[in-house]
Every structure is written in C-alpha cells, then in structure tokens.
Design a protein. Structure first.
Length: 164
C-alpha cells in the first residue's frame, strides 16, 4: 500500500524551493510530508535535478533523525520512555500498542501503513506522564486501556474518512 512517487509533485516541491541545492533540507522535508518517508528513488531524481550527488542527499537524509527511509503510517504514535513516563508505567502502554497492532521490536509500522509506533526519550511533557503523541497531538496520563480506546477511535475515524 505504499504511495507511488509522483514526480510532478516532486517537481512542484522543487519549484517551491527555487530548484536550489541550498534548500535541500526543506525539499526533503516537503517530500517526506507528502509521502511520510523518503523513497530511495527520490535521491537519484533530486541529484539529477539539482546537480548534487545522490550520496550527499542520502547522507543528509540519514544524518537527521527526523527523516525516515522507511514508510510510516498515517498515524505516527510516539510513546515517551523518559524517566517520568517510565516510572509512571509507559512500557505497559507500549506493550499494548504493539500487541494490538501486531508490531514487534523489528516491526514498527503496520502492514496497511495506518500506524507507526516509535519510542522516544522525552516528549517534554513530564508533568503529564505517561504521555504519547499521535501526529504531534499530545495525549496525557495514558494507560493501556486508554491507548486501546484511542486506537479504536483512530480506526473508526479512518474508516469514516475512507467511506467504509
């Protein structure tokens, strides 16, 4: 269910960024926003269009933690495992997420590309611990049961949006 690359969209992103190699970070960010990751075929295309090596582009994409070379789900769930969240039992929440979504240590995105679950060191909301975010929206004082309810809400919302 990977979204295929539309090079017309990439060209519009390049135009928006003045077809300038100095805007490569912004270009990569916009491409990732569109596709939720950076497809390997994009590096060669950008290299040809901008006149810089695809190795340099790949190096930038792998240097910055916010870029992903793997497809991410429509809903990116980040669970905090910083000290405050950890002592307030973030791991059982993570375990519930993985169990309900069929994920493991080696698999962080569902096959249908609906959900990606990531563990982060800190979300900066220690007073609200344990905390998760879904596409940057903060959910405070989470429990395994609350996260199960949230998953059902997200699945229902997605089904309605898709017209199912």
């Amino acid at each position: 269910m990977e979204k295929s690359i539309d090079y017309g969209v990439i060209d519009k992103i390049l135009e928006h960024n003045k077809n300038s190699e100095t805007n490569i970070i912004s270009i990569l960010q916009e491409i990732q926003e569109e596709y939720r990751y950076l497809h390997k075929d994009v590096f060669k295309y950008l290299s040809d269009k901008l006149g810089i090596s695809d190795a340099k582009i790949y190096g930038l994409a792998t240097f910055y933690e916010n870029f992903s070379l793997e497809p991410k789900g429509e809903y990116v769930i980040k669970i905090c495992d910083g000290t405050a969240c950890h002592v307030r039992k973030s791991i059982p929440i993570l375990d519930r997420l993985k169990k309900e979504l069929g994920l493991s240590k080696d698999k962080s995105t569902t096959d249908d590309l609906m959900f990606t679950v990531e563990t982060v060191s800190c979300l900066g909301a220690c007073g609200l611990a344990p905390v998760i975010t879904v596409n940057e929206k903060v959910y405070a004082a989470m429990t395994p049961d609350k996260v199960s309810e949230l998953l059902e809400t997200l699945k229902s919302s997605h089904a309605e949006k898709e017209g199912n």
